[in-house]
Structures are given as structure tokens and as C-alpha cells.
Design a protein around this ligand. Structure first.
Ligand code: FAD
Ligand code: EPU
Length: 283
């Protein structure tokens, strides 16, 4: 279960970053309970890694333990649209399997790489809804080492936020509506195509750098200030969408942070808007 010196960059979509002090990939909820209890006993801080699609990891690596969810990918499709997914299940697999079973309602997850655990933690989504709208409860291991079932009423889902930070989400319980499979497939394909037309989906990125400010679009603001294409080393503001930062090859975390700072400073200076970072920086 324990592996040392795993370069985290290779486990993220941006592809930047060094190793964690400790790396674990628990295979069962019991193993999650064990590793959390062990970290607690030793005073080692830990964090959870899903698909790594919202992260910038420091080149110098990460202090403490990183607990990867990749082995927790069980999927149960029950009756009446009830679905229970292990935290590490890729959302693309969830979409595919749920659709094949005649279940829809997951438009919010189309078009980007994630795990269902990471998506729940971030309440991921956008114009086509947020995943929290389909969640009934989340099963977690809390930082005090106890297991709990958190009903949606206590998840506090907001715009890319939830009350799940600090816990290890081990499984997500969803309730999905029945759909006509062909019509639904057409709908999700259209969403995918609409995103691909404006976002740099074929390139290495961590999605949007910033949250949208109230009533505005961070991408449009960056575009209007002429900041698309701004580059430091191999980190660059996408020439396609102003809120995406892409890795042109061998970007370092310092380059990525310089681009984020340059954009934030320019937007504050020119427009008086303080952009709030959406991507998380791990060090
Ligand atoms: P990670 O990046 O691994 O982690 C993100 C955060 O969640 C971290 O704090 C991590 O500790 C925590 N976390 C992960 N798993 C767990 C768990 N099991 N328990 C507790 N905490 C956990 N996001 C959107 O919302 N909408 C979009 O349209 C969108 N488009 C994107 C397009 C591209 C091309 C890319 C690369 C990213 C995009 N994103 C988008 C961002 C990202 O995909 C989402 O934030 C996604 O939900 C992150 O999931 P993950 O599994 O990769 O989490
Ligand atoms: N726009 C520009 N120039 C750009 C980018 C956008 O003018 O370079 C304009 C667009 O033409 C559009 C408006 O800005 O009129 C909004 O753009 P878009 O439709 O691309 O949506 P967004 O607000 O930039 C949000 C989410 C995305 C999500 C999309 C679609 C945030 C920060 N971003 O983007 O989520 O995919 O809606 O639902 O909320 C993410 O969170 O990582 C992410 C990619």
C-alpha cells in the first residue's frame, strides 16, 4: 500500500510537481481507516488525491502523506436510480455505465477528467448543473479516523465548494433519473462538442485557474485585457480560453504560479477585480 517518491506531476492533468513524503493507495475502506488512524498517531498531515485535475503541485513536492483514491472504484447500480460509486471511479466511467443502465442526470460531469470523489468535494459542474444536485449522501472517513454517512443536507454544496474538505470521501451515493438512452447520448455529445469548441481539452491543464467573479466571466475578462498567450517558461494562458492555463511541455510549478500571479495582478490593476483562485496549489 505504501510507495515512496511517486512523482505527483504524473498523476495530475497539468503534469507538474514532485513527490510526496509518503504516498498511499488504500484499496478498501478499512485500509483508509487504518492509514488515517496511522497518520493521526504519527502526527503526519494527509490529503486526498483523485484525478489531479484541479491541482498545481510544487516541484519541491508535498509535505506529509498523499492518499490516492485510484483503487476505490467499485460501482453499484441499484433500483430506482440509486447508484453508489467508489470515490476513485473516473466520472467518464460513471457516465458510461449509468447511461448504459438508462440513467441520466450527469450532464454536469461531461467534458473533463475527474473522479466522483473529487467532483463531489468540488461540487463540480457549470452551465449544465452541478454534481451536488444528484447526490443523496456521501460516505467519508473524517480526520478523527471515524467513518460517517453525510446526507446532502449537511454537504453544504456551493459554487465549487462543499463541507467535505478535510475528510476522505470514500463513496458517493447518487439518485439519477431514468432517461431515453439515445436522446441522452445525443445531449451529452452536444455538451462535449460545445466545450471542445471553446476549451483547450486536448492540452495539459488544470481547468479554470480562477472562479468567475459575481456576474462576470474570468475568461472573458482575461481575454478582453489581451492576456491570452501570456507565457512564463512553458506555462501559458491558453490562446483558446482565457481562464485556462496550459503546460506547453516542461512547465515548472514556479512558471505556473508566475502566470497566475501576472494575470491576477493585471486584472486587479486594470479593473479592480480580485480574482479568486480555483485551482489548488499543493506544497
Ligand atoms: P483532484 O484534482 O485530485 O482534487 C481536487 C480537490 O478535491 C483537492 O482538494 C483534493 O484533496 C480533493 N479530493 C479529491 N478526491 C477527494 C476525495 N475522495 N475525498 C476528499 N477530497 C478529495 N471543474 C468543474 O467544476 N467544471 C468544469 O467544467 C471543469 N472543466 C475542466 C476541464 C479540464 C480540461 C480540466 C483539466 C479540469 C476541469 N475542471 C472542471 C476541474 C476539475 O476537473 C474538477 O475540479 C474535478 O472535480 C476535480 O476532481 P479530481 O478527482 O481530479 O480531484
Ligand atoms: N469568453 C471570452 N473569452 C474567453 C473565454 C470566455 O470572451 O477567452 C466568454 C464566452 O464567449 C462566454 C463567457 O465568456 O460568453 C463565458 O465563457 P464559457 O462559456 O467558456 O464559461 P466560463 O464561465 O468561462 C464556466 C466554468 C467552466 C465550465 C464552463 C461551462 C468557472 C470558473 N468555469 O466557464 O468550468 O466548464 O462554465 O459550463 O466557473 C472549471 O471550473 O475548471 C471549468 C472549466
Amino acid at each position: 500500500m505504501l510507495r515512496e517518491a511517486v512523482r505527483l506531476g504524473s498523476l495530475t492533468t497539468l503534469g507538474v510537481g514532485g513527490a510526496a513524503d509518503e504516498f498511499h493507495a488504500p484499496e478498501t475502506v478499512e485500509q483508509v481507516l487504518d492509514v488515517v488512524a496511522d497518520c493521526r498517531r504519527r502526527g503526519v498531515p494527509w490529503r486526498v488525491l483523485g484525478r489531479g485535475s484541479n491541482l498545481v503541485v510544487d516541484d519541491a513536492g508535498v509535505r506529509g502523506a498523499v492518499l490516492h483514491t485510484r483503487a476505490l472504484r467499485e460501482l453499484r447500480i441499484e433500483t430506482e436510480g440509486r447508484v453508489v460509486a467508489g470515490a476513485g471511479l473516473p466520472t467518464s466511467v460513471l457516465l458510461q455505465r449509468a447511461t448504459a443502465a438508462g440513467l441520466g442526470g450527469l450532464e454536469s460531469l461531461v467534458g473533463y477528467p475527474a473522479t466522483i470523489g473529487g467532483a463531489a468535494r468540488m461540487n463540480a459542474g457549470g452551465r449544465w448543473g452541478e454534481v451536488g444536485e444528484r447526490i443523496e449522501a456521501v460516505q467519508v472517513v473524517r480526520c478523527d479516523g471515524t467513518w460517517a454517512r453525510v446526507p446532502v443536507s449537511e454537504c453544504d454544496f456551493g459554487y465549487r465548494t462543499s463541507a467535505l474538505g478535510g475528510s476522505f470521501v470514500v463513496a458517493v451515493e447518487l439518485r439519477l433519473p431514468s432517461v431515453d438512452v439515445e436522446t441522452y447520448r445525443g445531449r451529452t455529445a452536444r455538451i462535449q462538442a460545445e466545450k471542445a469548441a471553446v476549451q483547450p481539452l486536448g492540452e495539459r491543464s488544470a481547468g479554470c485557474m480562477f472562479r468567475n467573479p459575481e456576474g462576470a466571466s474570468a475568461g472573458r475578462v482575461v481575454d478582453e485585457l489581451g492576456l491570452k498567450g501570456l507565457r512564463r517558461g512553458d506555462a501559458q494562458v491558453s490562446t483558446r480560453h482565457g481562464n485556462f492555463l496550459v503546460n506547453r511541455g516542461a512547465a515548472r510549478s514556479a512558471d505556473v504560479l508566475r502566470v497566475i500571479d501576472a494575470v491576477r495582478s493585471a486584472v486587479a490593476r486594470e479593473l479592480g477585480i480580485e480574482l479568486v483562485q480555483e485551482v489548488e496549489v499543493w506544497r
